[in-house]
Ligand binder design. Sequence first.
Ligand SMILES: [Fe+2]
Length: 308
Amino acid sequence: MDDILPGGQPSTSVHHTCMARTRITFPPLLMPRAFASKLLKLYDYPDPRRPGRMIKGYDCPHALRTALMCAAVAQRLGHEPARVKQYQIACILHDLGRAGLDRQLFGRIWSWARAQGIPTRPREWRAVHPETRYGRETEAFVARYRAAMGEAGIELNPWACEQVEMRLGYARRLAARLRTVKPRLRELAVTWSPWMGRIMLYYYYPEKLAGAQPWVRQLAEILVACEQFEAFSNQRRGRDYYVRRREDLAEAFAYLNALHKEGIISRPVVQALRELSAEGAFDKVLEQARGRALSRRDRACLRQAGEE
Ligand SMILES: [Fe+2]
């Protein structure tokens, strides 16, 4: 985690301008670093293939960087401090349903599915297969493609089905992981509220937030926006998940616009993220996601982000 926060600086480094608004140079971590590390440990998963061994959380840096940016956007949109603290805890845990991700197997399954034009997210699956019972997308996928995948050399054994569940059954798997870690969260004195689990489901299951209070919905939107913004700059994810050769900030902003057009992210959330980007609040986080310095083109793209 030390490679994520700026070395030797307070994690909430801020400087005040002559105007009332506080400009941040690094998004805030609203908890001690050691506490955040304990939360990230919850991503470790016992390896069913090698008893006694743990699978380390796949992309904890992504979870932490997302949580940093989420807190900055939530603060900018005026959410109260106590709520933002709880929110940041939820954001750190937002990918808990992926604990145990087997990079190679997960990559093979979903590259194969994508190459066949098979939907890889629950809402996309339901659009193509309205006959599938709600929440049974994993079972439907396995029943439909077991034979074809076997021919392609991917055996859908229980461990492979678990990898399918990490996408198509995300809600069920996340709920199971949250149940498992609840005692540990209690030990860590985390005050858990149901909305913290609900916001984690928004990207895959926007319908689950229908009727949610506006502030819950907005926090969910911020999580989707920041998570996607981070993922577009995350070099490791790009290679592992998306077969991407290079990261492009213009594409990240274009994707946020597309999510706005789809009605997934509202205008104020996109605008707050753009303004913070323009002010330089996310430069260091994005550099860490990239694993290298931002180019002049990237910086120009960020500085202009507030103008659209
Ligand atoms: Fe994520």
